[in-house]
Design a protein around this ligand. Structure first.
Ligand SMILES: NC(=O)c1ccc[n+]([C@@H]2O[C@H](COP(=O)([O-])OP(=O)(O)OC[C@H]3O[C@@H](n4cnc5c(N)ncnc54)[C@H](OP(=O)(O)O)[C@@H]3O)[C@@H](O)[C@H]2O)c1
Length: 255
């Protein structure tokens, strides 16, 4: 099998904040349903062949999922830990739903390996966090795999306090586009403190773009039938839950 493509999935603030105190800074039911649909979706034909997608996560993200919701159903869960074995994590080593690997390389070899009992039918492979795993894999481009897509939920407003971040992958122009959208949809939530936050963030931006934001239609095409019904009427894929505004985005690596 040739080199395979990985997609990263992350919800992040205007300045790429993704976590707080080991958990998510926000609680967004609709966004969680989007994540579930996006990472579970396989075409009808593939479904008949028993294809399942895989989600790769760091041990701390695994630990942050409430036990009754893990493993994430309908997907092959790949957990990476240097220090803990499947047994330590209370996972059946023979499970076809969860596999624990001591390194990213071992996990990728497993996913890329020749079909066997449980790898016979793997569809899309998603890296779902957390901060450490995103940082290690964002620029991955080795002989086994490359990350070519970012599925970002951009939390536009309000600005949540975060202590874990996703590496900056945008230029000034790309950040400005997100900030302008935030000002348009939630003007009351964007003021001087947010401007100061953005100003402080500027040194992290890339000089030259490495990622291109794809059109909403390209994201819809990628999602296939898993497009949330609520987004059918939203041309820019912007959603609101209570006071939180966010946009579903697809970014493609530039060659
Ligand atoms: N907003 C989002 O979309 C999103 C998504 C996921 C997570 N998060 C947030 O991200 C935060 C967690 O991130 P985190 O960075 O603390 O943890 P993490 O990346 O989930 O897990 C880190 C752990 O993974 C293992 N690991 C990482 N790289 C490894 C490697 N190369 N080889 C072997 N093992 C490796 C290590 O486990 P051992 O210590 O066991 O060796 C390490 O301690 C939480 O706040 C969570 O809510 C946010």
């Amino acid at each position: 099998m040739g080199k395979f493509k990985l997609a990263m999935v992350a919800a992040m603030s205007l300045t790429n904040g993704i976590g707080k105190d080991g958990g998510l800074p926000w609680r967004l039911k609709g966004e969680m349903a989007y994540f579930r649909n996006l990472t579970s979706h396989v075409s009808d034909g593939d479904k008949q062949r028993g294809v399942r997608n895989a989600v790769i996560m760091g041990r701390k993200t695994w630990a942050s999922i409430p036990p009754k919701f893990r493993p994430l159903s309908g997907r092959i869960n790949i957990v990476i830990s240097r220090t803990q074995s499947a047994q330590d994590l209370g996972v059946d080593p023979a499970s076809k739903d969860v596999r624990v690997f001591a390194s990213v390389e071992d996990a990728l070899q497993y996913l890329a390996g020749p079909p066997s009992g449980d790898t016979a039918a793997i569809g899309r492979v998603f890296v779902i966090g957390g901060a450490q795993l995103y940082a290690e894999l964002l620029d991955l481009d080795n002989s086994i795999a490359t990350v070519d897509k970012l599925l970002v939920t951009r939390i536009l407003a309000p600005q949540y306090d975060c202590d874990a971040h996703f590496a900056e992958f945008r230029t000034r122009e790309q950040l400005d586009a997100d900030a302008d959208l935030a000002k348009k949809v939630a003007p009351a939530a964007i003021g001087a403190p947010v401007e100061a936050l953005l100003e402080k963030h500027l040194p992290q931006l890339l000089e030259q773009s490495r990622w291109t934001q794809a059109s909403p239609q390209a994201l819809r095409d990628y999602l296939g039938t898993s497009v949330p019904a609520a987004l059918a009427d939203s041309p820019d894929l912007v959603s609101r839950e209570d006071e939180t505004w966010y946009q579903y985005q697809l970014w493609m690596r530039q060659d």
